[in-house]
Design a protein around this ligand. Structure first.
Ligand SMILES: [Zn+2]
Ligand SMILES: [Zn+2]
Length: 135
């Protein structure tokens, strides 16, 4: 497969990031990659955070990559994370690559009430911890 990437300082149209599936807004920086693979070609965009960190997360990637891969990675990197309010482990999360954060919301019960605590974890720190563990 042939690929060629270039950085775009100011996007002039909104695009969808291949990896986090976030909408890259007009005026954001992004990376555009052209590819040619067995006679077929196309292009895809990565947002700034994904373009910087994707090599640390997936060893080899192609245009078939989807947002599910990032969610799966973050999910395993969050292993052992507990809610700072109730120590619960039952939470939902959203990955925010624009702010480089994972926003968690707790579904665990405190006595008979849903805890409902929201907190954020730095995406870059999460990445760093995971790389150290694998090394
Ligand atoms: Zn992205
Ligand atoms: Zn909680």
């Amino acid at each position: 497969m042939f690929t060629h990437s270039k950085d775009i300082k100011l996007t002039r149209k909104p695009h969808l990031c291949l990896f986090c599936e976030r909408r890259i807004e007009i005026g954001e920086s992004a990376q555009k990659t052209f590819y040619v693979d067995s006679g077929k070609g196309g292009d895809y965009y990565l947002c700034k955070w994904c373009a910087t960190h994707i090599d640390d997360i997936v060893e080899e990637y192609e245009y078939e990559l989807s947002g599910g891969d990032l969610i799966e990675y973050v999910s395993s990197a969050l292993y052992g994370t507990k809610c700072p309010k109730c120590n619960g482990k039952d939470y939902d999360f959203n990955v925010d690559t624009l702010c480089a954060k994972v926003i968690l919301s707790c579904n665990d019960y405190m006595e008979d009430m849903v805890c409902g605590n929201h907190w954020a974890v730095s995406l870059n720190e999460l990445l760093l911890v995971n790389i150290k563990q694998e090394a």
